[in-house]
Write a protein that binds this ligand. Sequence first.
Ligand code: G
Ligand code: G
Ligand code: NA
Ligand code: MN
Length: 254
Amino acid sequence: LTIEAHLRRALELGELRLVYQPKVTVSEQRVVGFEALLRWTSPELGGVSPAEFIPIAERTGLIVAIGAWALEEACRQMAEWNARLGRQVRVAVNLAPRQLYQKSLLDTVRRCLARYGIERGCLELEITESALMSREEEVDVLMHDIRALGVDLAIDDFGTGYSSLAYLKRFPVSRLKVDRAFVRDLGRDEDSAAIALSIVNLARGLKLKVVAEGVETETQLAVLRGMGCDEYQGFLFSKPLEREAVPALFDGMR
Ligand code: G
Ligand code: G
Ligand code: NA
Ligand code: MN
């Protein structure tokens, strides 16, 4: 069987799961939320990287069903943590471009929020720039409808797409995520630093929060702190965690 054929069955066989990477403040490294990331362990193929199976899922359209599952699973998990920890845990879920072009997305989001009692401001959806570049009219309406449900929107991998900045004015976005390609060389390469600083300043000017991705070293963190970056994700604080490992992060914080 091909990877594609296995992937078709992976969802019904329960082979997919989500892991959760903490997002922390740059100032104090306080946990402010998580990004949910798909993982697939196939009995036949072993662990398959999302870098491998997400493109296949996108090409075949399977990403619509997989994405809907991820959204529901993240909300189910949030409700469990909220009940168990006595606090609202914020989670961001990635949306593939194709999901944005489905009329069913709004209903899927609304149903998940209602079923799991997710409060306003707790769920965030991460969208890449390229997803915003086609069907602008449709996407614009959809994003405003999603926003009206109290769901935050973030632009993922900011700076790597076709960066027409006009869409930042048009779409109701709350966060920009600085792509890890620009974070990697902070402290080594002045061009990366100039780009990262421009994104931070752009975000501040537009009153958006800015999140750096892929922070691995204290040097990168220090540079980001100097720039006034709000939040970061990266191996320096934590890799994506299995769901069982998440509650321990809140020990002693109550
Ligand atoms: O977690 P990792 O760095 O291995 O992810 C690799 C790629 O897969 C990243 O680009 C990430 O955004 C993407 N990815 C992970 N989980 C999801 C998901 O639930 N939906 C979509 N559309 N992409 C995801
Ligand atoms: O495309 P997206 O930004 O969603 O990709 C997220 C991916 O980045 C995840 O697969 C995650 O495992 C990976 N990632 C998270 N933190 C780091 C990091 O500090 N370094 C590297 N190299 N990858 C990271
Ligand atoms: Na992402
Ligand atoms: Mn990203």
